[in-house]
Design a protein around this ligand. Structure first.
Ligand SMILES: Nc1nc2c(c(=O)[nH]1)N[C@H]1C(S)=C(S)[C@@H](COP(=O)(O)OP(=O)(O)OC[C@H]3O[C@@H](n4cnc5c(=O)[nH]c(N)nc54)[C@H](O)[C@@H]3O)O[C@H]1N2
Ligand SMILES: Nc1nc2c(c(=O)[nH]1)N[C@H]1C(S)=C(S)[C@@H](COP(=O)(O)OP(=O)(O)OC[C@H]3O[C@@H](n4cnc5c(=O)[nH]c(N)nc54)[C@H](O)[C@@H]3O)O[C@H]1N2
Ligand code: SF4
Ligand SMILES: [Mo]
Length: 677
């Protein structure tokens, strides 16, 4: 018998916890926590503990598949890559697009964006960050000059006040929530702004339970109070920021009375919360999807930045604006340029000098036009303006908004290739399906939410004939006659990444063995960067913007009287492809549900556990009622993990005008009892 423990990174969320995969005679048998890891420190959440289940699932894809007469047949790799290469070559660059993956490694994301740009000659490469923190990237670049978490996870523990807004940290970033709880134990104050009761609200000094979609008004209200009580950091504003006059002018009219009317948060509570945040020695803002997934996503993010700058809470330990990145490697997929407007390291595609640099490095001409974003790709496909897509490690048939429309778009394509580890709802619509190897079966790196680049390590051989995604992309590029994809290992890909990407300049595998490195890390001697904007913002001065409150794109009315907001539960991940393969996790939550307030349920004569119908202007689903106080009256909440009651049948695809993120957190809905006949 041969037993080994292989240290790697949990494949689920951006906390980036490390654990050991237990391997017995070449078979994966379990997971063990890692005591010495900086973030997880020997702890894991329930998903982490069960992160080997899906790897060994019988449902894994083991061979390439091709659709013939509406049915999939197994084919050889050679045949599959031949077909894909021939088909992708058929279309001119404007008609093809790719989706990269926050579940894949940095090296794989780099290759996917290189493949799109250097082989397909299109900048239409995007990934789920668009649905997630696109608003963060736009908003924090505008204000601070860099779109990442300003401080490190561990620093939260020493904050004197933590303001959690639109993040259900305990359920969605459990190992970060631990640091918030530790801060609390050390005497820190906690303010939570969330329309729902979440585990953290029990521990909060103040819970601001605002109407979904009113965050700009809420934050303007807090700033109004801070200014009228003279609690702003005058020295910081003068020395380190610009645009304060504009902010002040706009914020003036957001008096506590006015803000109470918009948000329904009592003005006394607003005043207490504003004082608490502004008076603490170090205050840290933590936010996630409750802030970003709105048509006003960028406005919301900028408002968080305004608040932090107004009180001088940036560029110091245990302060800052901390967007919690969701997917295990969504930070990395962005860093490596799986975005339509930038190459790796956020280097602009529109900048001629940068383009020339990449043309030289890759020895080929590169396209100039900016590419399409996720939802735009689907829209163009539905209109017939996009003909072929290569989707790696994403499942838009469940994760994009308005999935009846997504289906129409994907079905309208001339050619769809999906590279996944399971036959997902999206893969089922594909012409060719390529089986990727999972995180347990390959080497590479993931970048956690606090910009920490860490190694993942191969524990077992890929199942069946599946192959690591980086290898598949290289083989496909070669089939298409392209050069520059002759890598023998992920380490070699990282060498190229470091050579063209200043923020990753010092990332070499030898240096990542221990606890990884936080970017910016421009050279092999640089120690990495725990917190950003010390002494100076990435853009020079921090910039204030005066932001007016705007309502969500679709508000409740007589026909659709409820606000539907969507999100997650601790037990499942996204479209359920991975967590729903785990018996332990399915036991906890086997199927979808809708949270509805007990008063609304009573009015509609609905009992707990009853199947009810939820409808929006886009579609209708049947789903189990969960009667609760977690949601206020006239607000319902549905987690989007479940194909059989898919929340995204209902959601509104309206987009933030700049970040192009959809409004998953607010749409109008109607709830009905299903009458038995
Ligand atoms: N278990 C689990 N963990 C995950 C994931 C998962 O699927 N499952 N996904 C990962 C990913 S990719 C992401 S992006 C993160 C997401 O992590 P979170 O953003 O924490 O999760 P959500 O449930 O989408 O939404 C967060 C909170 O926003 C609140 N909210 C709704 N509307 C509003 C509003 O208008 N304003 C404010 N302020 N709050 C509002 C909701 O009530 C909810 O508590 O989680 C990551 N971690
Ligand atoms: N209604 C609603 N919808 C939402 C959200 C919401 O809050 N509400 N949140 C949005 C957010 S924040 C996000 S991030 C998106 C997520 O949207 P997606 O990224 O589409 O969702 P996932 O289920 O994480 O899809 C990842 C896919 O990668 C596959 N996979 C896993 N490992 C590998 C690998 O190593 N190689 C390959 N090739 N494939 C692999 C999995 O099987 C899965 O099919 O959903 C968005 N959709
Ligand atoms: S907190 Fe996130 S990274 Fe840590 S074990 Fe849970 S899912 Fe994995
Ligand atoms: Mo996300």
């Amino acid at each position: 018998m041969e037993y080994k423990n292989v240290l790697t990174v949990c494949p689920y969320c951006g906390c980036g916890c490390n654990f050991y995969l237990q391997v017995l005679d070449g078979e994966l048998v379990g997971v063990l926590p890692c005591k010495s890891h900086v973030v997880s420190q020997g702890k894991l959440c329930i998903k982490g503990w069960n992160a080997s289940d899906f790897v060994v699932s019988k449902e894994r894809l083991t061979k390439p598949l091709m659709k013939k007469n509406g049915k999939f047949i197994e084919i050889s790799w050679d045949e599959a890559l031949d077909v894909v290469a021939k088909k992708l070559k058929q279309y001119s660059p404007d008609f093809v697009a790719t989706l990269s993956s926050a579940k894949c490694t940095n090296e794989e994301n780099y290759l996917m964006m290189k493949f799109a740009r250097a082989v397909l000659k299109t900048n239409s490469v995007d990934h789920c960050a668009r649905l997630c923190h696109a608003s963060t990237v736009v908003g924090l670049v505008k204000t601070f000059g860099s779109g990442a978490m300003t401080n490190s996870i561990g620093e939260l523990e020493d904050a004197n006040c933590i303001f959690v807004i639109g993040s259900n940290t305990t359920e969605q970033h459990p190992l970060i929530a631990r640091y918030i709880m530790r801060a609390k134990e050390k005497g820190a104050k906690l303010i939570v702004a969330d329309p729902r009761l979440i585990p953290l609200t029990q521990f909060a000094n103040y819970h601001l339970r605002h109407r979904p979609g009113t965050d700009v008004a809420l934050i303007n209200g807090l700033m109004n109070i801070i200014l009228s009580e003279g609690l702003e950091d005058k020295e910081f504003i003068k020395g380190r920021t610009e645009g304060f006059g504009e902010l002040k002018k706009v914020v003036e009219k957001y008096t506590p009375e006015y803000v109470e009317k918009i948000t329904s948060v009592p003005k006394e509570l607003l005043i207490k919360a504003a004082r608490m945040y502004a008076e603490a020695k170090s205050s840290s803002v933590v936010y996630s999807m409750g802030i970003t997934q709105h048509t006003t996503g960028v406005d919301n993010v900028v408002s968080c930045a305004n608040l932090a700058m107004l009180t001088g809470n940036v560029g110091k330990p245990s302060t800052g604006v901390n967007p919690l990145r969701g997917q295990v490697n969504v930070q990395g997929a962005c860093d490596l340029g799986a975005l339509p407007n930038v190459y790796s390291g956020y280097q602009s595609v529109a900048d001629e000098n940068i383009r020339a640099k990449f043309e030289k490095a890759w020895k080929t001409k590169l396209p100039q036009n900016l590419g399409l974003t996720v939802v735009e790709m689907i829209n163009e496909a539905a209109k017939g303006n996009l003909k072929a897509m290569y989707i790696m490690g994403e499942n838009p048939m469940l994760s994009d908004p308005d999935i009846n429309h997504v289906k129409k778009g994907l079905k309208n394509l001339g050619f769809l290739v999906v590279q996944d580890i399971f036959l997902t709802e999206t893969a089922q619509l594909a012409d060719v399906v390529l089986p990727g190897a999972s995180y347990a079966e390959k080497d590479g790196t993931f970048t956690a939410t606090d910009r920490r680049v860490q190694k993942i390590r191969k524990a077992i051989d890929p199942v069946g004939e599946s192959k690591p995604d980086w290898q598949i992309i290289c083989e496909l590029a070669q089939k298409m006659g392209s050069h520059g994809f002759e890598y023998s290992s992920p380490a070699e890909i990282m060498e190229e990444i470091a050579s063209v990407t200043p923020i990753y300049g010092g990332m070499v595998y030898e240096r990542l063995e221990d606890i990884g490195l936080q970017w910016p890390c421009p050279s092999k001697e640089h120690p990495g960067t725990p917190y950003l904007h010390k002494g100076k913002f990435s853009r020079g001065k921090g910039k204030f913007f005066g932001i007016e409150f705007k309502e969500a794109a679709e508000l409740p009315d007589d026909e659709y009287p409820f606000i539907l907001t969507t999100g997650r539960t601790i037990f499942h991940f996204h479209t359920g492809t991975m967590t729903r393969k785990s018996e332990a996790l399915n036991r906890e939550v086997p199927t979808g549900y809708v949270e509805i307030n007990f008063k609304d349920a009573k009015e509609l004569d609905i009992i707990d556990g009853e199947m009810i119908s939820v409808q929006s202007r886009r579609g209708k689903i049947e789903i189990k009622a969960r009667i609760t106080e977690r949601v206020p009256q006239k607000v319902i909440f549905i987690p989007f993990h479940f194909a059989e009651n898919a929340a995204n049948v209902l959601t509104n695809p309206a987009l933030d005008p700049v970040a192009k993120i959809p409004e998953y957190k607010v749409c109008a809905a109607k709830v009905e009892k299903i009458e038995k006949v």
